[in-house]
Write a protein that binds this ligand. Sequence first.
Ligand SMILES: *Cc1c(COP(=O)(O)O)cnc(C)c1O
Length: 218
Amino acid sequence: MSVQVSVYQSLLEWCSERNVILVAVSKTKPVSDIMALYELGHRDFGENYVQELVQKQEELPKDIRWHFIGHLQSNKVKYIAPFVHMIHGIDSIKLLQEVNKQATKVGRIIDCLLQMHIAQEETKFGLDMDELSNLLVQLNNFPFVRVRGLMGMASFTENQVQVKQEFTQLKKYFDQANASLVSYKLDTLSMGMSGDYSLAVEQGSTLVRIGSLLFGAR
Ligand SMILES: *Cc1c(COP(=O)(O)O)cnc(C)c1O
């Protein structure tokens, strides 16, 4: 059994005390691992490959809230639009357009987060502040998308000072975005993984995405 039940219970308590949503990242893990947490009452799970997510969704209970946390290609949105609870990685207007189109088709309003580039590595996806502002003023064009907030991934480094700075930067983007919005406010800031979640919550995260700490190494 690879699910760390006692770790889960203390992490859940830690998150609840701070009003933080715990998303259990189950990518590459079998459905039996997901069911082990499901039976403890857990409902928020994160996946980052479309095909794997679709397959698991078919097999597992329908009240699971699936978070898509990976890099989403436009041509794959249609596969997850009928059921996905939240898409974390929106990083272009084109992708937002496609989510709106597929959401319209299935008659759902889909919650989305805009992914910001905060890490030093060039390979990590995401928007900068100008792109974010540009996107936020166009949201009226996408009535079937509800932008709930921002998501980001810190650099993969042991340097805690740097990671902290990156999370602080993301929180700044979040506050700036909220200051610019008149008719509604963003309420979700998705940052923090197994190695850096407490730092992320200190800096204002409202949702952490935890994989290896709960399910063991991948
Ligand atoms: C895999 C993944 C996680 C979880 O990572 P762990 O270090 O195993 O907790 C969180 N967020 C994203 C976007 C991921 O791809």
